[in-house]
Design a protein around this ligand. Structure first.
Ligand SMILES: [Zn+2]
Length: 126
């Protein structure tokens, strides 16, 4: 092989590797869709479960529950984060209702803290 042929082949290999990588990614995507569809069918009809795939089906079931729980947790946190902040008396440190004007313990005037109004999904953009 001449130097020129070597370089040409080397370049061709690089391009072929890129195409291979793309094909593998596409195949991976198709496999995941296939898996999702199979999973849906198995949930409807457990009889079609292929026994050596049962671990994966169980793993997906567990992760679905965990994901649902985490999504609920985040919803709950978003609700709490949107509520007005309790006021802390700067004199005695007691925690007062967000609407209170004066501390019910020591009578000091309460100042409202600035509350950031954040989009509940703003963390996704960070
Ligand atoms: Zn107070």
């Amino acid at each position: 092989m001449t130097k020129q042929e070597h370089d040409k082949l080397s370049e061709e290999r690089g391009q072929t590797e890129i195409i291979l990588e793309e094909m593998l990614n596409e195949q991976q995507y198709s496999f995941s869709i296939l898996g999702q569809e199979y999973y849906k069918k198995v949930c409807e009809d457990p009889d079609i479960l292929i026994s050596n795939l049962s671990d994966y089906v169980d793993t997906v079931k567990v992760s679905e529950l965990e994901i649902a729980k985490l999504e609920e947790d985040i919803k709950g946190m978003n609700r709490l984060l949107k509520e007005p902040l309790d006021l802390v008396c700067s004199k005695c440190g007691r925690i007062m209702d967000p609407n209170a004007k004066y501390c019910s313990e020591c009578g000091a005037q309460l100042e409202k803290e600035e509350q950031d109004i954040n989009c509940p999904n703003s963390h996704i953009l960070e």
